[in-house]
Design a protein around this ligand. Sequence first.
Ligand code: XMP
Length: 324
Amino acid sequence: NWTMENFIEKEITRIRELVGPTAEVIGAVSGGVDSTVASKLMTEAIGDRFHAILVDNGVLRLNEAATVKKTLVDGLGINLTVIDASEEFLTKLKGVTDPEKKRKIIGNTFIHVFEREAENIKPKDGQEIQYLLQGTLYPDVIESISFKGPSQTIKTHHNVGGLLEDMKLKLIEPLRELFKDEVRHLGELLGISHELVWRHPFPGPGIAIRVLGEVTKSQVEIARKADYIYIEEIRKAGLYDKISQAFACLLPVKSVGVMGDQRTYEQVIALRAIETTDFMTADWYPFEHSFLKNVASRIVNEVDGVARVTYDITSKPPATVEWE
Ligand code: XMP
């Protein structure tokens, strides 16, 4: 009979047989559930012959690279290298305002940086990296089989499929038979924290599509600080697990405000929180007014560059989850 405990045991055996006694495996991690669970499973199977790479693209959440490192290396014993490529990404994003262009630049730069890093990993015994780990889930498998062309994707979702062709690596996808809730269950059995296992999804292009307009270091800084405060308050209020996804967006408009007896003229933050089962349709989350009041006041007081906070009360459809 099929149980998750049996699945773990069988999958570890399958990975060991597939990879053999000497080959090395590389895989990208994002700090999200899927890549963390896949990496942990790989580490259980082949230890340090699995090399996880986190590319810091400069548009991750506040303190994200350091947090992921702590969780994966100290907490889960995963052999992780963090690559700080933020300057490279931000340079490429300079002057770009079109959301789809941002996605393409980030996707392509990611592949470039990842490939370069894979070259740098030279295992002790001179073995080449032969396998690429991907955290593909069953719904992704179905989607790619039934995919009929660009008219079906409203936004180009970041995927690293291009890596394979270039790098001549063989693919390992230990989660390809699982649904999301099964991956979460698997993660819990592998000792991954509740907080990580139930983390909201975060888009590949990250804060770049939550800074509307041009993405600069200072704009990213404002957006990620506001987002951090917002998520911190959501957690404090015990609402995190009730919400499917929440984040702050920085709008490219200025608005007049008053701080003390000074007139200010700064930007606007839009908060978004949604409830959904499949992300194809979504409802905005009905926060208590006192909650919103507190978050708005913290953001304006604690984040330089923000004069006003709004709450997005649009469902999907007609709005998408992300603003770009
Ligand atoms: P939308 O905005 O299309 O979002 O309603 C639905 C879900 O997809 C996520 N999303 C992305 N994820 N790369 C990603 O990896 C992307 O370019 C991207 N765009 C949207 C979004 O966060 C939500 O969970």
